[in-house]
Design a protein around this ligand. Sequence first.
Ligand code: G
Ligand code: G
Ligand code: MN
Ligand code: NA
Length: 254
Amino acid sequence: VVLRNDLLKAIERNQFRVYYQAQVRLESNDILAAEALIRWEHPEWGMVSPNEFISLAEESGFIINLGNWMLREVCRNYRKWMEGGMAPIKVSVNYSSIQFFERNFVENILNIIAEYGLNPHFLIMEITESVFMKNPEKAILDIKRLQSVGIQVALDDFGTGFSSLSYLNSFNIDILKIDRSFIKNVMLDEASTIITRSVIDLAQELRIKLVAEGIENWDQLAYLRDLNCYSGQGFLYNKPMPLGDFEQLLVCEK
Ligand code: G
Ligand code: G
Ligand code: MN
Ligand code: NA
């Protein structure tokens, strides 16, 4: 209850932060995109992970306000990057299925982006398969509309949960993010190694861009590079970091 009351006030109290983690082209080390990840800087508990509060935000409906806050913050920062002449990378934002099924979901996103005078094509929307399970007809239409203005759609945590290959058929996904539980065991566990290799092949054949999540060491990177895996993110490159630190990284890319 304490957590919930605090959460509902955290926007007005200016306690949310956006952290960024680079998504890197494996072949060249170029930064392709930044995944935006929310953090709650609580005065007593310090930096609170979204794992601790996203489901609470979903249950209470607060996730809608939180998502709007997040997109505005991402747009505001992105505009600053563009004005500073930074490399035009994309920004990848996580959406929960609750947000996806809000009534004016797509209009709302386009309105916010327009407020900041940005072209929507900088945005990648990360969703999970729960979006497809709830209301596939609406999901197909919304994904089409997002893509028609240049927003790309990424399927997050691929290979976990109930992810089905048929989703790749019915929903026109731009990017697949293979879950870090597979990358973690690459070269250590035979099944994870084979699954990873197969997903890389699958993405290539379907012409879907693949992001390998959770790359933590050189062995994993070497394996993924050998198989021509397109891109990845993980602690080997960098951890999610505050805005200022990420901007330093972008300046070096310039
Ligand atoms: O960054 P971290 O490992 O703490 O993220 C934990 C989980 O929270 C991940 O599943 C991530 O997708 C989710 N998450 C992070 N930021 C957001 C956000 O802004 N909105 C939603 N819906 N989920 C987020
Ligand atoms: O569910 P989602 O893929 O959105 O979760 C993203 C979160 O995964 C990031 O916020 C970050 O905290 C975590 N993460 C990113 N890279 C790594 C990594 O290399 N190892 C581990 N264990 N977690 C990572
Ligand atoms: Mn994600
Ligand atoms: Na993931």
